[in-house]
Design a protein. Structure first.
Length: 523
């Protein structure tokens, strides 16, 4: 694979498909989009198989470089962290196209083109190694999602699309100003070089806050999360899948790629701020989810709570927390996408998302009930499913940094079990009060083919998490080493490598002296 531009090809394939869709008929556009996303999935498998996961391999692989003008360049490359997020993207995209096959009936060509263009930009975010290229991809990703919500969304789609666009765009203006200052200061736009550059600690705080304004909205963190429930409720099913599955992960990726390695001192100084916001999010949004009557809103609020676990793990400043945060992002991408697909399945039959309109679906939709149960258990964090590994590692990591934060985060997970099991009980169990819900047919083969691959991936992550941990472990260790000098001492342990307390030092010195005296008397 040396010298072969596979990353550029993975962006060129959906771009060519998007252009072809615009000049095709409605049915042809569906097939073009499906074939383009399947081709990208095949390229993603090739990328994974050729990625060197050995600890001695170079951190950045499949690098491409072509100068454009000035310092701006077409610079691509991935590490293990980017590899996993690209894999998540190319895995979910064909499923999104399949979910839209019958649900989208108007302006099909433009819809499929928007989805393919969004795949180009999402892959661009995770592969960009030029600062300005990353910004362009990061911001341009707003456009197709804005169109998908605004054109093919629900009754209040215009309000939701404007809110989504303005929230995410305004947060990124400060990030652009910070990027321009960094390029002026460091003299380069190369992201790997900037990750190792030591910015003035006094300036780091301002740069960190500028990036935080963008990434916190994208995650989304409390209290700038309010755009997410509206966007999810109004978006078509596939839009919700890709929004929860991939787009929210761009904020977490931004923290890993920029905030933590480029501004380690500021990250350590402001970690209590992140912990505080995340603790509020975990508990508050879980309680809000518990009282929702709309299925999509409930899952949307659960996404905010899960992303708070991610930020808690990232700012634990240790390997367990960082690995856990990445695993939560991957697991949540699969599970939340599957839950939105499950909502879409019954919405297509009854055209309502009100929980009270359903009940007893396990009687007439047993296959649906089994898969919905699996994804519910995965969302709760049942051992053997994808979310358990990430949540366990995140909590273990944050416990080493702060036992109080770990306690509050665990409370949020308990609440998560409450609202997800309550949702499942009201939909799949109980009496069948509504004849139209009781008459709904079980999953079709198309719907089964959409949900089965996600179910397999959820179980694979839960049973054999090492296959996902191994590619990113060298990069997580490198990030931990970068953060180590600035990492705050936790309240649950003495930080490894830190100076020993004075009392312990005196005790060991006295013990050593007594051993020497005893040895002298023996001689």
């Amino acid at each position: 694979m040396d010298g072969f531009p596979i990353l550029s090809l993975m962006m060129a394939v959906p771009m060519a498909g998007a252009i072809a869709c615009l000049f095709a008929g409605a049915n042809q556009a569906r097939w073009i989009a499906l074939l383009a996303t399947l081709a990208d999935l095949a390229l993603g498998v090739i990328l994974w198989m050729n990625f060197d996961q050995s600890g001695g391999a170079a951190q950045w692989q499949f690098q491409e470089y072509a100068p454009i003008f000035g310092r701006f360049a077409w610079a691509l490359g991935i590490d293990g962290i980017a590899l996993l997020l690209i894999a998540l993207t190319v895995f979910l995209m064909p499923i999104c196209i399949g979910a839209s096959w019958l649900a989208i009936e108007k302006r099909v060509q433009e819809y499929m083109a928007a989805f393919l263009f969004m795949e180009v930009l999402m892959i661009g975010v995770f592969t960009a190694q030029d600062l300005y290229l990353f910004y362009i991809m990061f911001e341009a990703g707003l456009i197709p999602m804005y169109l998908i919500i605004g054109i093919w969304g629900g009754a209040d789609r215009i309000y939701a699309s404007y809110k989504f666009f303005l929230y995410t765009l305004l947060g990124s203006v400060l990030m652009l100003i910070a990027m321009m200052w960094m390029v002026h200061e460091a003299g380069t736009t190369d992201i790997p070089t900037l990750m190792a550059y030591n910015f003035d600690p006094h300036i780091q705080t301002w740069l960190w806050l500028a990036f935080f304004a963008s990434f916190a909205v994208k995650m989304p963190m409390w209290p700038v999360h309010t755009w997410l429930p509206d966007a999810h409720v109004q978006a078509p099913t596939a839009g919700s899948v890709i929004l929860a599955g991939v787009l929210l992960k761009m904020g977490g990726y931004g923290f890993i790629r920029f905030s933590l390695p480029m501004f380690p001192e500021a990250s350590a100084q402001l970690a209590p701020l992140v912990w505080g916001l995340s603790m509020v999010a975990v508990v508050y949004t879980s309680l809000v989810a518990l009282v929702q009557s709309d299925m999509k809103k409930l899952i949307a609020y659960s996404s905010v709570a899960h992303m708070a676990i991610v930020t808690i793990g990232l700012f634990a400043f240790n390997q367990a927390g960082l690995e856990g945060a990445m695993m939560v992002m991957l697991g949540h991408g699969l599970v939340s996408g599957a839950l939105f697909l499950c909502v879409g399945v019954i919405y297509d039959r009854l055209h309502t998302r009100e929980i009270n309109r359903y009940g007893g679906l396990s009687i007439n939709m047993p296959r649906y009930a089994v898969l919905f149960m699996l994804f519910t258990m995965a969302s709760v964090g049942l051992p053997g499913t994808s979310n358990f590994v990430g949540e366990f590692l995140s909590l273990m990591g944050i416990y080493q940094a702060s036992s109080w934060v770990a306690l509050v985060a665990t409370t949020g997970i308990i609440l998560g079990a409450a609202y997800m099991l309550y949702l499942y009980r009201r939909i799949c169990y109980g009496e069948q009060k509504n004849a139209d819900a009781a008459a709904m047919p079980d999953l079709s083969m198309r719907e089964l083919w959409l949900l089965a691959p996600i179910a397999a991936a959820v179980l694979w992550m839960g049973v054999y998490p090492e296959s996902f941990l191994a590619p990113m472990r060298p990069d997580i260790r490198a990030l931990e080493a970068r953060l180590a000098p600035a990492a705050p001492a936790g309240d649950s342990r003495i930080k490894l490598g830190a100076p020993k307390p004075v009392e312990d030092a005196h005790h060991e010195e006295a013990t050593a002296t007594s051993h020497e005296e005893a040895s002298g008397e023996a001689h």
